[in-house]
Design a protein around this ligand. Structure first.
Ligand code: NZQ
Ligand code: ZN
Length: 388
C-alpha cells in the first residue's frame, strides 16, 4: 500500500427529518447565502423544510445554478456574498449546486486577479481559504457532499474544469434519502453510474496489495448494482433510497482512494463530451469507461480479472475471455439502468474526437490515467472504440 493522508472533516447528518437540524448546525447569527438550482426543491418540499429551519437567520437566496454550473452564473453569487457580507453558504441541491457553491465560497475570498484561475491554473495556484459551506444533498451521485472537489463550466469557451481544496469541504452535509422520491428516472440512473464509475476510477488500476480498499470498493459496486435496480423499480422505498444514497457518498469521500493508484481518465475525457455536447455527466462516463477498459486491458488486467470474479462471478475461460466477459457485463449493467454507451447514441460523430484531442494538446496535457500513459492519441483511440 502507498503512503497516504486521509482527512475528512464533514459531519454527515443522515436520515428522514434531518433537515430540521439546520437551525442547530449553522452558527448563530450567520449571514447566509442559500444557493439552489432550477427549482426542484420548491416542488418536493425540501425548500419548505429548509426555510422553516432557517426562520431565525438572515438569508439571501441565490437560485438558478444550472446543471454543470456556469462560471458566469456563479460570479453573480460571488458578488452577492460581497454585497451582503455573507459568512455562511448553504447549498441545497445536487452535485451542480454543491460544486457551484464551493466555487463561490473560494472565489469570494480569492486574492488573485481572476477567480477563473482557480480552475484554469489548478496545478499552480491553490485555494487557501473559503467561506464555510453546509449542504443539503438532493441527488445521490457525485459525492460532492463529502469531498473537496468542484467542477465548473465556462460557458463562453465551453471549458469544463475541476479544482479541489480541503477548504471547500462542507462543515456538514444533510442527507435525507426522501429526496430520492422526486428524482426523475434519468437522474437516478445518472447517479448510479456516476457513483459506480467513481469507484472504478479508484479501483480498476493495478494492485498495490491494499485488500481493505479493494473490498470496500467491491462492496460499493455490488451495493450499487443491487440497490440501483431496486431504486429504479421503486424510488419511494425509503430503505433502498437510503442504501443508494450512502453508497454514492462512500464512493467518493476519500476512503477507498487512500493509498491506492487512481485513474480519472474516464472523467477527464467525459468532461469534454459534456463541454462540447451537453451530454449528462453520468452518460459521458458510460461512453468512455468501456473504451478505456478495451484499450487498457493489458495494463489493468489483474484488476479487471479481480473485478470480474468478485463482482460479476466470472471465473470460467482464459484471461482474455474473462476480460471480454467482464467488459460486456459492465456495458450491460449501464444499459440495464437505461444509459447508452456509444457516441452515436447521443448523435456525436468522429469530428468531436479531433476537437477533444486538439484541446488536450492545447492545454499541454501529455498523458492521463493511473500510469500516466494515456496520451491525446490514445484518447482518440478510446473514443473511436465507442463511436457506434
Ligand atoms: O436544478 P434543479 O431544479 O434542482 O434540478 C436538478 C437538475 O436539473 C435535478 N434534481 C436534483 N435533485 C432533485 C432534482 N430533481 C428532482 N428531485 C430532486 N431531489 O437534477 C438535475 C441534475 O442535477 P445536477 O446537480 O446537475 O446532477 P449531479 O448531482 O449529477 O451533478 C452533476 C455535476 O457534478 C459534477 C459533474 O461534472 C456535474 O457538473 N461532479 C462533481 C463531482 C464532485 N464534486 O466530486 C464529481 C463528479 O465526478 C462530477 O464530475
Ligand atoms: Zn463523476
Amino acid at each position: 500500500m502507498r503512503n497516504f493522508e486521509f482527512y475528512n472533516p464533514v459531519r454527515v447528518c443522515f436520515g428522514k427529518g434531518e433537515i430540521a437540524k439546520l437551525s442547530k448546525l449553522i452558527p448563530k447569527g450567520a449571514n447566509i447565502l442559500l444557493t439552489y438550482g432550477g427549482g426542484s426543491i420548491k416542488k418536493n418540499g425540501v425548500y419548505d423544510q429548509v426555510t422553516a429551519a432557517l426562520k431565525d437567520f438572515k438569508v439571501i437566496e441565490f437560485s438558478g445554478i444550472e446543471a454543470n454550473p456556469h462560471y458566469e452564473t456563479l460570479m453573480k453569487g460571488v458578488a452577492l456574498c460581497k454585497e451582503h457580507k455573507i459568512d455562511f453558504l448553504l447549498a441545497v441541491g445536487g452535485g451542480s449546486v454543491l460544486d457551484g457553491t464551493k466555487f463561490i465560497a473560494a472565489a469570494a475570498l480569492w486574492e488573485g486577479s481572476d477567480p477563473w484561475e482557480i480552475l484554469s491554473r489548478r496545478s499552480e495556484v491553490h485555494v487557501e481559504k473559503a467561506l464555510p459551506i453546509g449542504t443539503v444533498l438532493t441527488l445521490p451521485a457525485t459525492g460532492s457532499e463529502m469531498n473537496g472537489n468542484s467542477v465548473v463550466t465556462r460557458w463562453e469557451t465551453h471549458d469544463k474544469l475541476a479544482f479541489d481544496s480541503e477548504h471547500v469541504m462542507s462543515v456538514f452535509s444533510v442527507l435525507d434519502p426522501e429526496v430520492v422520491f422526486s428524482l426523475p428516472q434519468i437522474q437516478i440512473a445518472n447517479g448510479i453510474v456516476d457513483a459506480f464509475i467513481h469507484v472504478m476510477e479508484q479501483y480498476l488500476t493495478f494492485p498495490v496489495n491494499a485488500p481493505i480498499q479493494d473490498r470496500f470498493a467491491e462492496s460499493i459496486l455490488i451495493t450499487l448494482i443491487q440497490e440501483g435496480h431496486k431504486v429504479l423499480a421503486d424510488r419511494t422505498d425509503y430503505d433502498t433510497a437510503a442504501n443508494f444514497m450512502w453508497a454514492a457518498t462512500m464512493a467518493l469521500n476519500g476512503l477507498i482512494g487512500a493509498g491506492v493508484p487512481q485513474d480519472w481518465a474516464t472523467h477527464t475525457i467525459g468532461h469534454e463530451l459534456t463541454a462540447f455536447h451537453g451530454i449528462d455527466h453520468g452518460q459521458t462516463l458510460c461512453i468512455v469507461l468501456p473504451g478505456i477498459m478495451k484499450l487498457k486491458r493489458e495494463n489493468k488486467k489483474e484488476k479487471i480479472l479481480q473485478y470480474g470474479e468478485r463482482v460479476w462471478k466470472i471465473i470460467e475461460g482464459t484471461d482474455d475471455e474473462r476480460i471480454d466477459a467482464t467488459i460486456q457485463k459492465t456495458v450491460e449493467f449501464f444499459e440495464s439502468v437505461g444509459i447508452k454507451t456509444k457516441l452515436a447514441d447521443y448523435g456525436v460523430g468522429s469530428e468531436t474526437i479531433q476537437k477533444i484531442v486538439d484541446r488536450f494538446e492545447k492545454r499541454g496535457v501529455k498523458a492521463i490515467g493511473e500510469r500516466g500513459d494515456i496520451t491525446p492519441r490514445d484518447v482518440a483511440r478510446i473514443l473511436e472504440l465507442q463511436l457506434k
